[in-house]
Design a protein around this ligand. Structure first.
Ligand code: BV8
Ligand code: ZN
Length: 246
């Protein structure tokens, strides 16, 4: 068991599970399916090339669902932890729903992009678009008339380099790493837990189920994030203030 440096930092990776108690379906919870399509097939450049309207119907459905959801105690607890730790806190999320920002998290590393941003496939212009429902699918770029795609990282696409580099650096230096609500299947995001463990951090998993990351964890909170996050936050603050040594 590693012992936290005297005054360490906390890094966090979240996945779809932290938004489950807000009413958003997870990927694996739905068996990884949407209208019978495998998510990996729809969230993929080849699906976009073949049928942009179907891809947009998938994202439009998630925008409509996400717009009706509010952050839950899991999101709110992490926003509180950020306020308590300031620069000693880093939150990286695989989620594209924007609920961390809505909960008050000021600095969120969105590893896989956002449902609320679109990018022109012709001129590359990226902008926020929170119109629900979208009047036309696919939306068009006001500057050049090009097709706009979701500004989301699809399978087979690289993560934004600056964003993932920041997440890797925070994971490698932190005293405590929280992996919350993720099946830890999708790479390279899931590797952050291993990077943290290799860097000597304490790793806590907050998830009702076991995952491939469970093996590198020092402590397991086998429960829904919304139910335990208040306790996790208090224990995390104790841990990085040097009191913890479990
Ligand atoms: C890349 C945006 C290469 C889309 C997403 C084999 C090995 C390693 C890698 C690969 C491989 N084969 C293929 C790959 C690459 C691939 C990958 O990892 N595939 C997986 C399926 C094996 N990765 C990629 O393609 C990445 N890019 O590798 O590029 C490259 C390199 C160089 C040059 C060119 C290319 C890009 C990955 C990003 C894909 N985009 N999202 C969208 O959202 O529509 S990933 C998508 O799925 C989500 O963003 C999310 O990240 C992921 C789903 O994972 P989770 O968030 O974990 O959700 P899930 O439902 O799975 O789990 C929920 C968990 O919550 C469960 O454990 C459950 O128990 C728990 N839970 C439930 N309720 C609660 C809870 N926990 C707490 N509280 C609760 N209440
Ligand atoms: Zn354009």
């Amino acid at each position: 068991m590693s012992v936290a440096p005297p005054r360490g930092s906390v890094a966090v990776l979240t996945g779809a599970g932290i938004s489950a108690e807000s009413g958003l379906s997870t990927f694996r919870g739905a068996g990884g399916l949407w209208e019978g399509h495998r998510v990996e097939e729809v969230a993929h450049p080849s699906a976009w090339a073949r049928d942009p309207v179907t891809v947009w119907r998938f994202y439009e459905a998630r925008r409509v669902q996400a717009a009706a959801c509010a952050p839950n105690k899991g999101h709110l607890g992490l926003a509180r932890l950020e306020r308590r730790l300031g620069g000693r806190f880093t939150l990286a999320t695989q989620n594209v729903d924007g609920l961390h920002g809505q909960a008050g998290s000021a600095n969120v590393l969105e590893l896989h992009g956002s449902l609320w941003r679109v990018r022109c496939t012709a001129c590359g212009r990226e902008e926020e678009n929170r119109t629900v429902p979208l009047p036309v699918l696919p939306p068009r770029c006001a500057a050049c008339g090009g097709l706009q795609r979701p500004a989301i990282v699809w399978f087979g696409e690289v993560l934004p380099e600056d964003v993932f580099t920041a997440a890797m650096e925070a994971a490698s230096r932190c005293a405590l790493f929280l992996i919350v609500g993720t099946s830890a299947v999708v790479q390279p995001a899931a590797s952050l837990a291993v990077i943290a463990a290799d860097g000597g951090a304490q790793v806590w998993e907050i998830n009702p189920d076991e995952t491939p990351a469970t093996g590198v964890c020092d402590r397991i909170w086998r429960a829904p994030a919304g139910e335990v996050m208040d306790d996790v936050v208090e224990e995390a603050i104790r841990w990085v203030s040097g009191a913890g040594s479990r």
